[in-house]
Write a protein of this length. Structure first.
Length: 116
């Protein structure tokens, strides 16, 4: 089920209920590392802390390394529209980007699981 509202907490709850939390976390770590970003999350991190850490990292990328942010979005395989946020409100952009990144990572994990 895909959420229509951009709520990362509800999304993580759904991911956890579907027993994909650890796989999504590992997939996200992999994609961040492929872009040279060490996010520093272990597999035992609580869901709310996971969301906060991803949000912080996205916000930092938006402020200080926009090229790596774009590289991450391409790596995660998000559509171009995600990149066209109003950059005036960095916190809001980071929040939306966090949601879409988590949502896309979950889609990738579910798709991979359906072929195993």
């Amino acid at each position: 089920m895909i959420l229509k509202e951009e709520n990362s907490v509800l999304l993580i709850q759904q991911i956890s209920e579907a027993n994909y939390y650890k796989q999504v976390l590992l997939q996200l770590q992999k994609d961040f590392e492929m872009c040279g970003i060490g996010i520093g999350i272990d597999e035992f991190v609580l869901p709310n802390d996971f969301i906060k850490r991803v949000h912080q990292e996205i916000k930092k990328l938006l402020q200080y390394n926009f090229d790596i942010y774009l590289q991450l979005l391409y790596r995660v395989d998000l559509p171009e529209e995600i990149m066209n946020f109003d950059i005036q409100n960095i916190d809001s952009v980071a929040q939306k980007a966090t949601f879409y990144i988590l949502q896309r990572e979950w889609q990738k994990v579910k798709l991979r699981a359906s072929y195993q």
